[in-house]
Design a protein around this ligand. Structure first.
Ligand SMILES: [Zn+2]
Length: 81
């Protein structure tokens, strides 16, 4: 996917990137070095909306990245209890 395409779908609200292999989701407006976005293969990338992410997260189908979606990360949530 080209940079202009990514910009366009982000503008449409698809700012969350799901790694379909690990079911981990990143917030593309908040990525950190630790996200290691470059290691995600293109075929495993799926752009979704925040609404979709919140739905999948509520259904426990995905986990938030511990770097850019810390409050949605299972391990981080357990630690902060
Ligand atoms: Zn991340």
């Amino acid at each position: 996917m080209g940079k202009r395409w990514i910009k366009f779908i982000k503008w449409l609200g698809y700012s969350y990137l799901m790694n379909t292999r690990s079911n981990e989701v990143h917030d593309t407006n908040n990525t950190r070095r630790g996200c290691r976005m470059s290691t995600i293969a293109s075929k495993n990338k799926k752009y979704i909306t925040q609404k979709k992410f919140l739905k999948l997260h509520a259904e426990q189908k995905v986990d938030g990245c511990r770097w850019c979606l810390r409050k949605f990360n299972k391990a981080e949530q357990l630690q902060s209890r």
